[in-house]
Design a protein around this ligand. Structure first.
Ligand SMILES: NC(=O)c1ccc[n+]([C@@H]2O[C@H](COP(=O)([O-])OP(=O)(O)OC[C@H]3O[C@@H](n4cnc5c(N)ncnc54)[C@H](O)[C@@H]3O)[C@@H](O)[C@H]2O)c1
Length: 478
């Protein structure tokens, strides 16, 4: 299947019924390429491949060791180091792309792919910053492509249970939300590495330039690649970017929140010497707490105070929840609490373990036989990738597309509110003053007021530097 057949909608060269049940004609398959084929990228492309239901035609990675398993599994896929070259050279041969490179690459890779008409599956966080999220959301509509963000918990039936309870008025209007995570589970809040170790054999200098992509240049260090890029603003989005989407998704879906109007935060200080806090604005902090305020919506007749904490800081145990019950998920490491006028609704990561504690002492749990209208739900990651590939084949605005649980129309606004927390943290970490160590002036440590429509902090202009980012030449989001 290529762009021509996609445009033609449901035209297949050999109709399924001629070939018999269960046989999929080669022309009926989507041609998929992966940008980032190691780490999470490997399971994304395997899940999208779906045991041969689709073709994997291209793989792109900057580290040949990281992606060696995927290369072995898909020997017929063409291999590239630079996704821009892959998308140009294989243009006609690619229908859809999975994007599972680090966060700073998502925006530019997705935009480049969508501009040439490719459907995209983009790992969470959809983007590195709010500006990119808004741009991708608009581009998906403009280029009429089928999109899905990789927050697979969106396809968990438990999310439907949470929505159903709320819609039935079981917990009344929600006024307070607590969300927490045990992340970061990688080095975070540490000084920028000073030493310059050589590049590992499998990464050539030009590959490292590709890793940097749109970001500011820094020399290779194992504290950046693989995996640990999460803890550096240049590449990652910290604890929020890692777990926010798997947790914030539930209250965002349930309450259908709009733009927040205010955001405030507090971040942990790091001491390696007495009395003198480290000043590391390049790195995400080891822990933070954030509060966003949302106005009432048509669906929820109350202003919502939306509280996030990371680094293992949990909310206090609500009185309504028995002291010996876990909060959120077993071990209480991650979770969500939504406090309403009639009771409390809780869940863990991906919406798991949904429960309600009513003010009258009753408790509701999800029935074991709870059913949703999703034939792929038994597949890996609740069929999140397979639902996307099927929607790609059905086409833009098809029934299958509309049934996707995290297409950019949903994922873009979700991304904006999660990443809003990072804007507050970075503002909080901005210091001015001559002696930055002893007499810091932290002008950005205040309640920030947000004009969501115009993507602007209205009471501290310096914070607007964190709405978007500066791009290296050749990597602009256009
Ligand atoms: N949905 C989930 O459950 C889940 C789980 C883990 C990671 N993720 C997301 O997946 C993404 C990748 O995370 P990870 O843990 O796999 O990171 P990782 O560093 O372990 O792997 C990233 C892969 O991308 C490759 N890569 C780096 N820059 C590239 C570029 N410019 N072009 C092509 N390939 C490039 C790396 O070599 C590596 O193979 C992140 O956005 C992360 O948030 C999602």
């Amino acid at each position: 299947m290529n762009k021509g057949t996609l445009a033609a909608g449901s035209f297949f060269i050999v109709p399924r019924f001629i070939l018999g049940n269960g046989y999929i004609a080669p022309s009926d398959k989507l041609n998929i390429a992966a940008i980032g084929a190691g780490g999470k990228g490997r399971s994304d492309i395997i899940n999208a491949f779906n045991n041969g239901a689709e073709n994997v035609v291209g793989l792109c990675d900057i580290d040949t060791a990281m992606c060696s398993d995927a290369v072995e599994q898909f020997p017929n896929a063409k291999f590239y180091h630079d996704f821009r070259v892959m998308l140009e050279e294989m243009d006609k041969d690619i229908d859809a792309v999975t994007i599972s490179a680090p966060d700073h690459v998502h925006g530019v890779a997705a935009m480049t792919a969508m501009q040439s008409g490719k459907h995209v599956y983009v790992q969470k966080p959809l983007t590195h910053n709010i500006y990119e999220a808004r741009q991708l959301t608009q581009a998906a509509r403009k280029y009429k492509v089928v999109t899905q963000m990789g927050n697979q918990g969106a396809s968990n039936p438990a999310q439907s249970q949470l929505v159903e309870w709320f819609d039935k008025g079981v917990i009344g209007s929600v006024h307070t939300v607590y969300i927490w995570t045990n992340r970061p589970v990688w080095p975070q809040g540490i000084p920028v590495p000073a030493e310059k170790p050589p590049l590992p054999e499998q990464i050539k200098p030009e590959d490292w330039d590709l890793f940097i992509g749109p970001a500011d240049y820094v020399d290779y260090h194992p504290l950046y690649h693989p995996f640990k890029w999460r803890g550096w603003w240049n590449f990652g989005t910290g604890a929020l970017g890692d777990m926010g989407y798997h947790l914030v998704d539930s209250p965002f879906r349930v309450l259908q929140l709009g733009h927040p109007t205010e955001v405030e935060c507090s971040v942990e200080q790091v001491f390696t010497r007495d009395w003198v806090p480290e000043y590391i604005p390049e790195g995400c902090p080891p822990s933070s707490t954030i509060q966003l305020k949302f106005p009432a919506t048509a669906k929820n007749n109350s202003e919502v105070k939306f509280n996030w904490s990371d680094g293992g800081i949990r909310p206090f145990h609500p009185e309504l929840i028995p002291a010996d019950d876990w909060l959120g998920e077993p071990d209480s490491g991650n979770g969500v609490i939504m406090i309403g006028t009639k009771g409390i609704m809780t869940c863990g990561t991906y919406g798991t373990r949904p429960q309600v504690y009513l003010n009258n002492g009753d408790k509701l749990t999800m029935p074991k036989d709870y059913k949703v209208d999703n034939p792929n739900v038994g597949l890996p990651e609740y069929g999140h990738q397979v639902s996307w590939t099927q929607a790609c084949k059905a086409g833009f605005e098809s029934k299958e597309h509309k049934a996707l649980t995290s297409s950019f129309d949903y994922a873009g606004p979700l991304t904006e509110i999660v990443i809003m927390g990072n804007l507050a943290i970075r503002s909080h970490m901005t210091a001015s003053g001559k002696d930055q160590r002893r007499r810091m002036q932290f002008d950005g440590r205040k309640k920030l007021l947000w004009d969501g429509e115009n993507m602007k902090i209205t009471n501290y202009d310096e914070a607007n530097a964190f709405v978007g980012r500066n791009y290296q030449e050749g990597w602009k989001l256009i």
